[in-house]
Ligand binder design. Sequence first.
Ligand code: NAP
Length: 246
Amino acid sequence: MTDRLKGRIALVTGASRGIGYQIAKQMAAEGAHVIALSRTVGGLEELDDEIKSAGGTATLVPLDLTDMAGIDRLGGAIKERWGKLDVMVANAGLLGVLSPIGHIEAKTFEQTMTVNVTATWRLIRSVDPLLRESDAGRALVMSSGAAHSAKAFWGLYAATKAACEAMVRSWANETMNLPLRVNAVNPGATRTRMRAIAMPGEDPKTLPTAREVAAKIVPLAFDDVTETGKIYDVREGRFLTYQNPS
Ligand code: NAP
């Protein structure tokens, strides 16, 4: 580790397990003070213990992202305590259900849209003014190859990730002349609980670990990143450019 995030304030959602846990841990090891958010307190406490024992610091935020007023309050609390935010990683997400699009229960559709899309927007709205206060604001929104693959039965999850990418692209164009850099990330298939639920027949040992994947995502928050409005493909190890019709 190189202290590349020394003194930075980094908010990571979905930090109780999987990719988000590892991003939070590795950002703390790079010197960031990590604000770690999820519902499961046990996972956050385990993360806090690991961060502390490596000499880092974290603030734990047990919050259900369906609590939109809670997301607003979080922005207010960060403003009060630090006056700015340097890094936002909108990583929390749900798979929803793999199903023919016409068979999805309304409740499942709405819950998945709420966590993956509405909460991501609400978080952006809550922290955008704080990221603008940073001299090197970095926003990363977790997407998926599913957003573009049009795979049968993945329509709900794909729609949520496509919506996130659309927000990222517009937000990046709105902030292009600021130090703030805004990108989506496709981590690729990763050995986590979500992937095991999506692909129960797959041998998890064939997949990269969350730790390995996070190590490729963390540098996207460093000061020297210049790209904005793009998707970083972890497997390919590069930013992809959207086709911009104009
Ligand atoms: P995971 O292991 O299932 O972890 C998901 C995280 O999101 C957990 O920390 C969970 O915490 C949090 N979360 C879910 N619902 C929440 C809510 N209502 N409020 C607050 N936090 C909530 O998933 P993962 O595989 O690490 O995925 C991380 C991101 O990468 C997701 O956006 C996913 O779509 C994306 N992705 C993953 C893969 C893959 O192969 N794993 C591939 C492409 C994209 P709590 O349950 O404690 O709240």
